[in-house]
Design a binder for this molecule. Structure first.
Ligand SMILES: Nc1ncnc2c1ncn2[C@@H]1O[C@H](COP(=O)(O)OP(=O)(O)OP(=O)(O)O)[C@@H](O)[C@H]1O
Ligand SMILES: [Mg+2]
Length: 291
């Protein structure tokens, strides 16, 4: 557990880096299902207790992603990890609090928010949901390149770029490029999804439980792929890695944030958290670690 893992960076190096993405005092309330906004407002004013009956998914959460680092967000199911990541990528508006990108406020639809959307990519839990079943791997990768660089690119350079990126994620491009998602194993499909997410050279890569839908062997391959991506991209890529398993994240993260019931319980460098966890809940997560 204490050994420094491939892909993670020196503890001395990270604190000096600038935050690239920050969430400040963010709370998120989901409306109770089936309740109109007006009715909900009446309920809120009528009873503070009922107000708590809404789903408070995040409660005053502050965290920051530094340039070039990998930040892990861990916690049990329902702790607010996906909500936090969707807010961090500007896909969901917070109920309270703010988001900053590259030192500037980035409310939804602002210039900074558009820049964040353009410069970030996401890998989802289920790889088949992020790949169009009607498209071959070649078409999926071509689409991702076109979105970033326009459709006027020379087809041979798109093909070369696609083969190179498939090689980066550990797949033989000549074998998989003409396959449809249904013809790929879960691990292969997730690696194609990673290739698709990084082919347009994002500044921020967010992976939400990227290994939980595949078998153990494929998990290790995906972890190695993400470590490799970090090594190749270096300081130009900042990554957020979401998991319920602290055993997984220790192999890739520089820092860890522990969420529980929508609140940050503790955060610190990977080594600090693994060797000197402060909270009993973090100790429980360590006991349940898989790798
Ligand atoms: N769209 C929604 N509407 C209402 N409640 C929601 C919605 N999305 C999430 N929630 C609730 O918010 C809380 C946090 O959910 P979230 O999906 O962020 O947790 P998570 O840590 O990602 O969980 P998991 O590990 O299961 O993916 C949960 O109580 C969940 O039921
Ligand atoms: Mg989730």
């Amino acid at each position: 557990m204490t050994e420094r893992q491939h892909g993670a960076q020196s503890d001395d190096e990270i604190p000096t880096r600038q935050p690239v993405l920050e969430m400040n005092h963010v709370s998120k309330n989901y409306h109770a299902r089936g309740m109109s906004r007006r009715l909900l407002d009446n309920v809120i004013h009528a009873s503070a207790k009922r107000y708590q009956g809404q789903r408070l998914a995040l409660d005053d959460v502050s965290l920051s992603l530094k340039s070039g680092e990998c930040l892990a967000i861990i916690g049990e199911s329902g702790s607010g990890k996906t909500t936090a990541t969707r807010i961090l990528l500007g896909l969901l508006a917070p109920t309270a609090g703010s988001l900053r990108y590259r030192g500037k406020q980035a409310p939804m639809h602002s210039t900074e928010w558009k820049r964040l959307r353009r410069e970030s990519s996401m890998i989802f839990q289920n790889p088949y949901s992020s790949l169009d079943p009607r498209w071959t791997v070649r078409q999926s990768l071509k689409e991702a390149v076109s979105l970033r660089f326009g459709r006027g690119l020379d087809p041979s350079s798109v093909e070369a770029r696609s083969l190179k990126i498939l090689d980066t994620v550990g797949l033989d491009g000549r074998v998989v490029i003409d396959r449809y998602p249904i013809d790929l194993s879960g691990g292969q499909a997730q690696r194609v999804a990673i290739a698709r997410a990084i082919i347009d050279e994002p500044e921020i890569l967010l992976a939400d439980e990227p290994m939980s839908a595949v078998d153990v062997t494929a998990r290790v391959q995906i972890l190695h792929t993400l470590q490799e991506v970090r090594t190749i991209q270096g300081a130009s890529l900042s990554m957020i890695f979401v998991s319920h398993d602290i055993g997984m994240v220790q192999h890739i993260a520089d820092r860890i944030v522990v969420l529980r019931q929508g609140r940050v319980l503790e955060q610190g460098s990977c080594a600090e958290l693994l060797n000197h966890p402060q909270h009993p809940y973090t100790m429980e997560l360590l006991k349940a670690a898989s790798l």
